[in-house]
Design a protein around this ligand. Structure first.
Ligand code: SF4
Length: 475
């Protein structure tokens, strides 16, 4: 057995990619391990989206270099691989700066990882220090060459249906690191959905950098949009919930919007980044939509699915953003009413047009605006959660909570819900809860249960279980 340790940075796409790397390396005898020091192969699956992402990767490589030296002193060979978006963007630079790195592989070529690992292993046996780099963009090849996902016996699973982006927002590195948009064929997506359901998944999240730009071909070669893909995926035996992320406002077409009305499995939750409420800033960002377009889309979504929870992304302090522009963002937020949101200060991404703009804003201005925006978003999130108190909702239980009788799951609206499985008066204390009854609690994980919400906080809900549904349990 060879031990594989993967450190995953960033988004759900990377979590999915890391799992697929485990799949492609399994035939070489690699098994996942949580112990970096004992690893034979150590992979950093990197993300380039957040500020200082690159420096974080180099600092982690520095720590792993020490583990590699220790392994070498013990007569063991450890290979270090840098994968993902930083690998794509900085390939040669990584090899120059970090001598401990053996392989650099981009997001579009990790299906070639087994061959690269075998070559590097063989080279080390011969005493060669040769290092390997593969950051091509043979996009159409990647999904064809990957083995079937193994599935991980979890009630929720990710399924990548689309990669890359052609939008070229002026602040974003994705089109440069992940390449142009490609969509997987419909039959492949449906086969993987069935496979994940057979492994115990009740909920799948369809992933893509620009997921609602999906346009995969069906069996007859016809282009299929995300709305119709969801309609077909909803018929997968065992799948009870479908989510998708991340969407672009321009690609919210009528078919997708009506899927929220027509398909019960399509959850009433949508992450739809707007970034700014100012049309001037949206234009400078090359977002190709206005605030009015965005608001009209939200109206249509709410007409189709009145209780849909809207989530968003915001960048404050984009180059040239004026006080008025920022006020327009606050107005848009007030008008939409977000259930949750992610907001960041603008930070330069080397190689992107906005990074070259001369009208960069001072940090204190960005920080002050971000604080104001987050105060409003936090208020809205709390209001949204508080409106759930007294309601009954289906919760998919995913893991054990902090307390002995507590399990944690997600509501249809993506809220974390801490569920007390039995009435408080029947609940044994943590001390008296023996292993057998703990196992009984855990057996509820992977079920969808009816929960009454009894209280709400800014980040989660608390509820009590009304009844356990006869829903399937994850294998
Ligand atoms: S649409 Fe999203 S992924 Fe594409 S360039 Fe814009 S921010 Fe990046």
């Amino acid at each position: 057995m060879r031990r594989l340790f993967i450190k995953t940075y960033g988004c759900q796409m990377n979590v999915y990619d890391s799992e697929r790397m485990e799949d492609v390396l399994a035939p070489l005898g690699f098994e996942s391990s949580d112990d970096a020091a004992a690893a034979d192969l150590l992979i950093l699956n990197t993300c380039h989206i957040r500020e200082k992402a690159v420096e974080k990767v180099y600092s982690d490589i520095g720590r792993y270099r020490i583990l590699k030296e220790q392994a070498s002193a013990e007569g063991r060979q450890m290979l270090i691989v840098v994968a993902g978006c930083v690998a794509q963007a900085e390939a040669e630079e990584i090899l120059n700066r970090a001598k401990a790195v053996d392989i650099v592989v981009g997001p579009q070529t990790y299906h070639r990882l087994p061959a690269l690992v075998e070559q590097a292993t063989e080279a080390r046996r011969r005493g060669s220090r040769q290092r390997y780099i593969d950051t091509e963009f043979p996009a159409s090849e990647k999904f064809d060459r990957l083995p079937a996902a193994t599935g991980r016996s979890a009630p929720t699973a990710f399924l990548t249906i689309q990669e890359g982006c052609d939008k070229f927002c002026t602040f974003c590195v994705v089109p440069y690191t992940r390449g142009m948009e490609i969509s997987r064929p419909v039959v492949d997506v449906l086969a993987e959905a069935q496979h994940l359901a057979d492994q115990g998944a009740l909920e799948i999240t369809l992933l893509g950098q620009n997921v609602n730009a999906y346009h995969g071909r069906d069996e007859r070669g016809r282009e299929t949009g995300l709305g119709d893909l969801i309609r077909r995926a909803a018929k997968t035996d065992g799948i009870e919930r479908i989510r998708y992320t991340t969407s672009h406002p321009r690609d919210m077409d009528e078919s997708l919007i009506s899927a929220h009305r027509e398909v019960p499995e399509c959850m009433p939750y949508l992450h739809l980044p707007v970034q700014s409420g100012s049309d001037r800033v949206l234009k400078a960002m090359n977002r190709r939509h206005t605030s009015g377009d965005y608001l009209r889309t939200i109206d249509k979504l709410r007409a189709a699915c009145p209780d849909i929870a809207i989530s968003g992304d915001f960048i404050v302090g984009f180059p040239g953003e004026s006080d008025q522009d920022f006020e327009a963002t606050l107005e848009l937020v007030s008008e939409v009413g977000y259930a949750q949101a992610y907001s960041f200060k603008y930070s330069r991404r080397p190689g992107t047009p906005a990074a070259e703009a001369e009208n960069q804003l001072p940090e204190p201005v960005k920080a002050e605006r971000l604080a104001r925006l987050q105060e409003l978003l936090n208020q809205q999130q709390l209001q949204f959660n508080e409106a759930s108190v007294g309601r009954r909702m289906k919760v998919l239980l995913e893991r054990r909570g902090k307390h002995a009788d507590q399990l944690v799951g997600r509501s249809p609206h993506m809220q974390a819900v801490h569920v007390q499985v039995r009435p408080r008066e029947e609940t044994p204390s943590a001390e008296t809860l023996d292993d057998l009854s703990q196992a009984a609690y855990s057996s509820h994980i992977g079920k969808i249960v009816e929960v009454e919400i009894v209280s709400a906080g800014p980040n989660s809900l608390k509820g009590r279980c009304i009844e356990l549904s006869p829903a399937r349990t994850a294998a």
